[in-house]
Write a protein that binds this ligand. Structure first.
Ligand SMILES: NC(=O)c1ccc[n+]([C@@H]2O[C@H](COP(=O)([O-])OP(=O)(O)OC[C@H]3O[C@@H](n4cnc5c(N)ncnc54)[C@H](OP(=O)(O)O)[C@@H]3O)[C@@H](O)[C@H]2O)c1
Length: 274
């Protein structure tokens, strides 16, 4: 990002959650390419180590922080790292990317409640807690930012992914509100709203992707493309970033169409994933 660096190394520091795969791993690569050092966070130590090795070979300094953000201990560890000011070897974080997240697919009455609550913990509670940990210092120094990964599902109710869509509606609303609160301070706050993207997301959700047809099938994107649009939008200080032409049309469409029609269409699209 074209803003003054806070660190002694002369490079800003970005912390990316969910950097062990999918969109987060690509966002970490893009931040490094743009001159950031990194703190990479996820549960999979081996995958974080592999990414760290790759980035270090290009001159990026990388801290690996293994943490399960569905737990109090994991959230606390990342929260403490984000709240750190410059001290000794430690450098403060300039950019937070809240990307870690997951979804469950199925009828709410049939899904185990633990998975529903875990989504709220990861997609909502961890994101709020980490944002709160970093933002006061960013506002104080007047630079840096927060990129929150929401979803196209943020714009509509998600029958078949009810809890997931609700968590992502929260992320979008929260991000827009925080952005407005810090406007004029020099701190950037953006929401990235991807549509269907080929990542480990579908495997964890236990869904099939080959049943998706029509326009929804044509909207599938690759993680590097989604991340590139997201990172460029964040650098350009855009509030809401929707990658892909069809996804952008869908985001506008759901705002104009009657809510009853949106619910039914959304249910039909998600049903194709079962
Ligand atoms: N793929 C899509 O179609 C799509 C569409 C819209 C929005 N999104 C959003 O994009 C974001 C990234 O997802 P993705 O598609 O890239 O999926 P992914 O490939 O499954 O990546 C998810 C990342 O989050 C990490 N993660 C999961 N649970 C975690 C936990 N408890 N603690 C710490 N890290 C955790 C995973 O690492 P570990 O497993 O190593 O912990 C992984 O690095 C999510 O917020 C998702 O909701 C995805």
């Amino acid at each position: 990002m074209s803003e003054p660096a806070a660190s002694r190394s002369g490079r800003p520091l970005a912390l990316v959650t969910g950097a062990s795969g999918g969109i987060g791993e690509e966002l970490a690569r893009l931040a490094a390419r743009d001159g950031h050092d990194l703190v990479v966070v996820a549960r999979s130590a081996d995958r974080l180590d592999a990414l760290a090795g790759e980035l270090r070979s290009h001159g990026t300094e990388v801290e690996v922080l293994v943490a399960d953000l569905e737990t109090e201990a994991g959230q606390g560890a990342v929260e403490r790292r984000l709240a750190e000011a410059e001290a000794g070897d430690r450098r403060p974080v300039d950019v937070l990317v809240n990307n870690a997240g997951f979804g469950t697919v199925g009828r709410f009455v049939e899904l185990p409640v633990d998975g529903e609550l875990a989504q709220i913990t990861l997609n909502v509670s961890a994101l709020v807690r980490l944002t709160r940990a970093v933002l006061p210092r960013l506002v104080q120094v007047g630079r840096g930012g927060v990129l929150n990964v929401a979803s196209l599902a943020s714009f509509e109710p998600g029958p078949g992914m009810a809890t997931y869509a609700a968590t992502k509606a929260f992320v979008l609303s929260f991000t827009e509100a925080i952005r407005e609160e810090v406007a004029g301070t020099g701190v950037r706050v953006s929401a990235l709203c991807p549509g269907f993207t080929h990542t480990g997301f579908q495997e964890r959700a236990g869904v099939r992707t080959d049943g998706v047809t029509g326009l929804a099938a044509m909207a599938w994107q690759r993680a590097p493309d989604v991340a590139r649009t997201g990172w460029e939008g964040f650098v350009a200080d855009r509030a809401i970033i929707v990658p892909g032409l069809l996804n952008r049309a869908a985001a506008v469409g759901v705002r104009l169409a009657p809510r009853s029609a949106v619910r039914k269409l959304s249910a039909r699209v998600v049903r194709q994933l079962h």
